[in-house]
Ligand binder design. Structure first.
Ligand code: ADP
Length: 307
């Protein structure tokens, strides 16, 4: 195979109680990317449509992630990349992660899969480091593994894939304001109280157990964030109203997607996810905030080959 076209999914990191460790991949929201082999040992980004992003290899996360893979590979050639960018950068649904993960996943396929998923996550994390100064794995891990993933540890990197109940749908609303990941990190405190810690790891354990047991009530009870949401939500227009209305419309839980400003809700079944979307739309229409909205099943495959 000389060329491959892939779907690079958007992802929701944190998922309320799993700050920096939990993430999930979306099914119907994502970029497309074409990667082809070239004889020269280099990465060239030849085309980006949809968004204004740098073509220089070292300034584009797909280039940086690809270079990390090339460095560990005995392949003599390189790759050319074309990106059809549909996920807006800075939206909080893993725009940079989609490109980092998509690039290294596609390259691995073209080379006959010499690298494990865990190694692909490590390469993709180099791209994340370029985007936000920190080599997060909470978006690239679900993009590569699919479904929900837990980053149990960063040193050593230990990724735990978590099963996804069949009827789980996400609704994501993106108010058209930009928040830089680095800025939304700066406002966080670096310490937490034991009391808040206890609540948070109780919920994280509950959410993971709920996902394993297909227990939607337990999932709903566990989708609470006592640490980050109270601080970050002040950056997001009408966060409290969106959340209250989404819960009234039947959502299992609702919180900030990644570092925001997107807000996600999880629901059991597509109908409820649509009712939640309606409630979110009405909330922003009433106060005049422009937005994008997506409804998606959780994507259990991660990056996938198209065509
Ligand atoms: P997100 O959480 O949506 O990925 P970030 O603010 O964390 O948003 O990262 C986006 C940053 O990464 C922007 O500064 C953008 O210019 C940069 N970037 C570089 N290459 C890409 C790419 N291929 N896709 C998306 N963002 C990229």
């Amino acid at each position: 195979m000389e060329e491959i076209k892939v779907f690079c999914p958007a992802t929701i990191a944190n998922v309320s109680c799993g700050f920096d460790v939990l993430g999930l991949a979306l099914d119907s929201v994502g970029d497309e990317m074409v990667v082809r082999k070239i004889p020269e040992k280099e990465i060239r980004i030849t085309k980006i449509i949809g968004q204004d992003l740098p073509l220089e290899t070292e300034k584009n996360v797909s280039g940086v992630a690809g270079l990390a893979l090339l460095e560990k590979s005995d392949y003599e050639g390189g790759f050319e990349i074309e990106i059809d960018k549909r996920i807006k950068p800075g939206s909080g649904i893993g725009s940079s992660a989609a490109s980092s993960a998509g690039a290294v996943w596609a390259m691995n396929e073209l080379l006959g899969r010499p690298f494990s998923k865990l190694e692909l996550v490590q390469f993709a994390m180099e791209g994340e480091k370029l985007a936000s100064d920190v080599a997060h794995a909470d978006n690239v891990a679900p993009a590569i593994y699919g479904g929900f993933t837990l980053v149990r540890s960063y040193a050593p990197l230990d990724i735990v894939p978590i099963p996804t109940p069949d009827e789980l749908f996400a609704t994501v609303i993106h108010p058209q304001i930009e928040i830089k990941t680095s800025d939304s990190r700066k406002i966080l405190k670096t310490t937490i109280s034991l009391e808040k810690g206890i609540k948070q790891w109780g919920n994280l354990g509950g959410l993971v157990a709920g996902l394993f047991q297909n227990d939607y009530d337990l999932i709903g009870r566990s989708l609470e964030d006592h640490i980050v949401e109270p601080i970050r939500s002040i950056l997001i227009p009408a966060f409290d109203d969106i959340k209250t209305n989404a819960m009234d419309a039947g959502a299992l839980g609702c919180g900030i997607s990644g570092s925001g400003p997107s807000i996600f809700a999880l629901s059991q079944g597509e109908n409820t996810a649509q009712n939640v979307a309606k409630s979110m739309e009405e909330t922003y229409q009433t106060i005049g905030v422009p937005f994008d909205i997506h409804i998606s099943k959780v994507n259990i495959h991660g990056v996938k080959k198209l065509g």
